[in-house]
Write a protein that binds this ligand. Structure first.
Ligand code: GLU
Length: 503
């Protein structure tokens, strides 16, 4: 019987979560949901030097915003807790000891100075120093000391690390769900440090011990961890534990040029690379949330970075993704990040939102401005329905619709040329026509105004352009009679009057 699906997102709290990390979390979440499994989050904070305050909270908040919160984590269903590695510190030493006992690991007492000297000497000979099977017996390790000598040096509080004793002359044929078979030559690997004398494990040891103890069935993570896979599989073997299955996700590439999308690219290229804004004393890094992206948009574009469902379909809700996501359809090659396409996705989700919901968001922007004209939420929703077709973000609404809120004080010069000698009289007549209308709705106003023009044989252009100019101050904006309905009779007439007096 196969193990129940349990997958994890295991970030190190070294700063804001990069969008690539968010995709890793998303794919783990989707895989868990698709397979009726559990998605948990573990904080890998064994490297205290790289710990950044606030990063952990940031990670959890970002996942919550996107709707992909873990089912188990710090303070939530702590079935396999603690979920913070620094709080599991006491657990790891015994496992390092087990590896020493079974001959899979050894103590190394080399000082930083002696390692540096080895490095320099190798360099002088045109070689690179690697701590591996070639060197380990020439170095200061328990492999060349007697047990008593080793014990004495440890008892004397000498600094040491515990290193993995990589087997020699082996070709490892490993299986990756996305990449198929991956081969590694053990002779090309170095003997990684597993445990340090400060009592802390390194990433490699803590990660394997925890994935085992927390019953992880699949390790789904970024391609940058592929080189660690042979060590991890050898560690499982050394412990005689069943290894989880592995899937290494393709890199996310820069929109132009080569290479991986980095944390610094966002501010350089003018788009966010973080889900949420991140503020430090050095400045602010922009976030998708604060830029006005919907969480649905971010989930959707991240899902398509390295995956598709085999059709041309591009719009997927989180719910749909949990039904169709398949690790076997994840690509091997890197996925280009496309900030322009991301805006297109946001437009699609903007169009799907209820006008009233958008109006609520819009009203926050309106409230922050000192406007003399306030609309009800229902009126705002009408405005939204008239302009959203051309917007990607709610933040663009105001510039597209400012004339609803403020009467024009100046008039577009070019458009003003259509204001002829007979125009004021025509506009005055129009005012009289409008005054008589009691059902002041777009279609009705349009019918009545057009009837009046037909009856009096007045050309369209003679009325419509000056009318629009009077209301908007320029020849732009949505359907004129829709504007008239929203701003209302009194405001329409007052704007016409203003134009007559000014132009
Ligand atoms: N702590 C590692 C990271 O920061 C986890 C890598 C893994 O998933 O094994 O990404």
């Amino acid at each position: 019987m196969s193990k129940p699906v349990r997958v994890r997102f295991a970030p190190s709290p070294t700063g804001p979560l990069h969008i690539g990390g968010v995709r890793t979390a998303l794919f783990n979440y989707l895989f868990a949901k698709k397979n009726g499994g559990t998605f948990y989050l573990r904080i890998e904070d064994t490297d205290q030097n790289r710990f950044v305050p606030g990063a952990e909270e940031y990670i959890l908040e970002a996942l919550e915003w996107l709707g992909i919160s873990p089912e188990e984590t710090i303070g939530k269903n702590e079935k396999f807790g603690p979920y913070r590695q620094s709080e599991r510190k006491h657990l790891y030493k015994q496992y390092a000891d087990l590896l020493i006992e079974s001959g899979n690991a050894y103590y190394a007492f080399d000082t930083a100075e002696s390692l540096d000297a080895h490095r320099k000497q190798h360099e002088a000979e045109g070689k690179t120093f690697i701590y591996n099977h070639h060197n380990r017996e020439k170095l200061d390790t328990s492999l060349v000391l007697t047990e008593a000598e080793t014990a004495k040096r440890i008892a004397n509080n000498e600094d040491y690390v515990i290193r993995f004793k990589t087997p020699v002359n082996e070709t490892l044929h490993l299986k990756d769900i996305i990449r198929g078979e991956v081969k590694f030559e053990t002779n090309l690997l170095d003997d990684k440090v597993l445990f340090k004398s400060d009592g802390m494990p390194t990433y490699h040891l803590a990660n394997i011990v925890d994935d085992h103890l927390m019953e992880t069935s699949h390790v789904i993570r970024g391609e940058e961890w592929l080189p660690s896979m042979p060590l991890h599989v050898m560690l499982y073997r050394a412990f005689r534990w069943d290894a989880p299955e592995f899937a290494h996700l393709p890199l996310i590439l820069k929109p132009i040029g080569n290479g991986k999308l980095s944390k610094r690219d966002g501010d350089k290229m003018g788009f966010p690379v973080f889900p949420l804004e991140w503020k430090t004393s050095e400045g602010v890094s922009s976030g998708y949330r604060e830029k006005g992206f919907f969480p649905e948009t971010v989930v959707n574009f991240l899902a398509l970075l390295g995956w598709n469902d085999g059709t041309e379909k591009e719009l997927f809700s989180l719910e749909e993704l949990t039904q169709v996501f398949d690790l076997k359809r994840v690509h091997k090659s890197g996925a280009k990040f496309d900030p322009e396409k991301n805006k297109w996705f946001n437009h699609q989700y903007l169009m799907k939102q209820e006008d009233l919901v958008l109006a609520e968001q819009f009203s926050k922007i309106i409230e922050s401005k000192d406007l003399n004209r306030y609309f009800s939420l229902v009126d705002l929703a009408k405005i939204v329905s008239l302009i959203k077709e051309r917007a990607d973000f709610v933040s663009e609404f105001y510039d597209m619709s400012d004339f609803f809120f403020i009467a024009p004080t100046t008039y577009d010069e070019k458009a003003s040329k259509n204001w002829k000698a007979e125009t004021p009289a025509l506009m005055q007549e129009l005012i009289s026509v409008l005054e008589e209308i009691s059902d002041f709705t777009s279609v009705n106003i349009e019918t009545i105004v057009k009837d009046w023009m037909t009856k009096n044989e007045i050309g369209m252009g003679k009325v419509m352009q000056p009318f629009r100019l009077s209301l908007v101050g320029a020849l732009k904006g949505p359907h004129l009679f829709d504007i008239v309905e929203v701003i209302g009779k009194q405001e329409t007439i007052s704007r016409l009057q203003n134009a007559i007096n000014t132009l």
